[in-house]
Design a protein around this ligand. Structure first.
Ligand code: GLN
Length: 491
């Protein structure tokens, strides 16, 4: 079925007119009807709009419209509910935005549409991207396609589950502390967090502005390279986007990684690392060596502080960013006798527990008396973490680690223990603090039940091409990415 193909496979079939964009889109919609009542990756989707976009793509294809400027013509891509798509609902997994409809496209969306993609659906997520399990959504939880009693990871759990369950060819998510890489690992797909500044954040509802990046979920590394290329570039509407040239990422995937150097940080052998995850990562490291890469032990001495620093900086920025949701204009407005009562009633009713916890924590670390002790201090340690990476990249091309300490956990297992939940991001958080790029790709399975394990590669700032080249060589020589979850139709 065309919904099971990769972007590059479908592109060939579309060009040969073996499959139409409408057929591919319909196959995704059929799969959603079949499996999504159980998985619940989508909050909503507009089937008629998706098919109308497909018909436009088919007309262009009939006119020979697939050219270098439209590398995604006819490819159905679904979107996390935190990115603005013109005319579509935008809820961020929250009640507080009510019936808000986006009046414009995010830059990343604009670029995908210009490249010919069929942009559809609103994918479930932890409210305002705060979480690691997609259990913090006002729209209910998403289930892991490999085992529906388990979480898909988060916060972009819907994005990962939808790709793993073949409900779309690829999807977009966002990553502030691991929200693309962690769910990709737990659902068995490829998830890429680009370098900070690589993709414009215009039209992305901010969680922690100095950490947030948009990125793709795909079925293989080549597709991640294709989507990255389509979305990257400087944007006058986001002053933190960087005018770095956008290379042809897919062209970098030569398969030849002989002589490249991969760093193995000794700090990543932590206590809570599951033996099956460790075995899979050890085997991956061995594979890299077989492929001709040189493995070098490195040290990232400030790794221990990453989770603490992240939960100061991310909550501080979140408390400022979320102050704008005052309930005056949009959505779930709860009336009060004066503006303060209106704001507090609306925010009290509109935000979920975890979001409130973060706002309170963030307000605390920014408050006078604590600002220097917590926030300023955390910023300094953040610089030390970044410097650790920059130093390592003087000698290695990329760094390898597990993406997560364990495979997917059970629904409800960590939801009462925020600290345990925070610790599930231990391997992904430093990448955002350092502003570098990272990718997660499948590297094996845990057994009983069979659950995907993710391998993380970290690359230097704007070193995506090198990082993806390594990821692709590994992927092609192992084939873990081709495994499909044992999905049964919804009852
Ligand atoms: N799980 C982390 C958090 O809860 C990361 C979230 C993200 O990357 N958006 O903050």
């Amino acid at each position: 079925m065309p919904n099971q193909l990769t972007i590059s496979e479908l592109t060939v079939k579309l060009a040969r007119r073996e499959v139409s964009a409408r057929e591919a889109t319909q196959a995704c919609l059929d799969q959603i009807a079949r499996v999504d009542p159980k998985i619940h990756a989508f909050i909503s989707h507009d089937a008629a709009d998706a098919l109308a976009q497909a018909d436009v793509a088919d007309q262009l294809l009939a006119q020979g419209g697939r050219d270098a400027n439209r590398p995604l013509l006819g490819i159905p891509v679904a979107v996390k509910d935190v990115l603005a798509v013109k005319g579509q609902p935008l809820n961020c997994g929250s009640k507080i935005l009510g019936k808000f409809i986006s009046p414009y496209d995010a830059t990343a969306i604009e670029k995908l549409k210009a490249a010919g993609a069929i942009v559809f659906g609103r994918l479930n997520m932890d409210e305002f991207a705060m979480g690691s399990s997609t259990e913090n959504s006002a729209f209910g939880l998403t289930r892991n396609p490999w085992d529906v009693t388990r979480i898909p990871g988060g916060s972009s759990g819907g994005s990962a589950a939808a790709v793993a369950a073949d409900e779309c060819l690829a999807s977009l998510g966002t990553d502030t502390g691991g929200s693309i890489r962690q769910p990709a690992a737990l659902c068995g797909c490829v998830g890429l967090k680009p370098t900070y500044g690589r993709i414009s954040r215009y039209g992305l509802v901010a969680f922690a502005s100095s950490l947030d990046q948009i990125g793709p979920f795909t079925k293989d590394v080549r597709d991640a390279a294709i989507l990255l290329g389509a979305m990257s570039g400087v944007d006058p509407r986001d002053s933190t986007s960087v005018p770095e040239p956008v290379p042809d990422y897919a062209a970098a995937l030569t398969g030849d990684i002989r002589g490249m150097k991969i760093g193995l940080p000794k700090e990543y052998l932590i206590g809570g690392l599951d033996p099956e995850v460790k075995a899979a990562v050890d085997a991956a490291v061995k594979k890299f060596a077989e492929l001709g890469a040189e493995i070098v032990e490195i040290s990232l001495p400030h790794t221990d502080y990453a989770v603490a620093v992240y939960y100061i900086i991310a909550t501080a920025e979140a408390s400022a960013n979320l102050a704008r949701f005052d309930g005056v204009r949009y959505g779930a407005r709860v009336e009060g006798n004066d503006p303060i009562e209106l704001y507090s009633r609306t925010r009290g009713a509109g935000f979920g527990e975890e979001v409130k916890r973060r706002i309170i924590l963030g307000t605390y670390v920014l408050s006078s008396g604590y600002h220097d002790a917590y926030y300023l201090h955390a910023q300094k340690v953040r610089t030390l973490i970044r410097n650790d990476f920059l130093k390592a990249f003087e000698t290695v091309d990329a760094i390898v680690t597990p993406t997560t300490p364990t495979a997917a956990f059970k629904i409800g297992e960590k939801s009462d223990d925020p600290l345990q939940m925070y610790l599930s991001d231990i391997f992904t958080i430093s990448c955002n603090l350092a502003g570098i790029c990272g990718v997660s790709l499948p590297c094996g399975f845990a057994k009983n039940p069979q659950l995907p394990i993710g391998l993380q590669l970290l690359g230097q700032p704007f070193g995506e091409a090198t990082m993806l080249k390594l990821a692709h060589a590994y992927e092609q020589s192992t084939g873990w990415h081709r495994a499909k979850p044992p999905l049964e139709p919804a009852a």
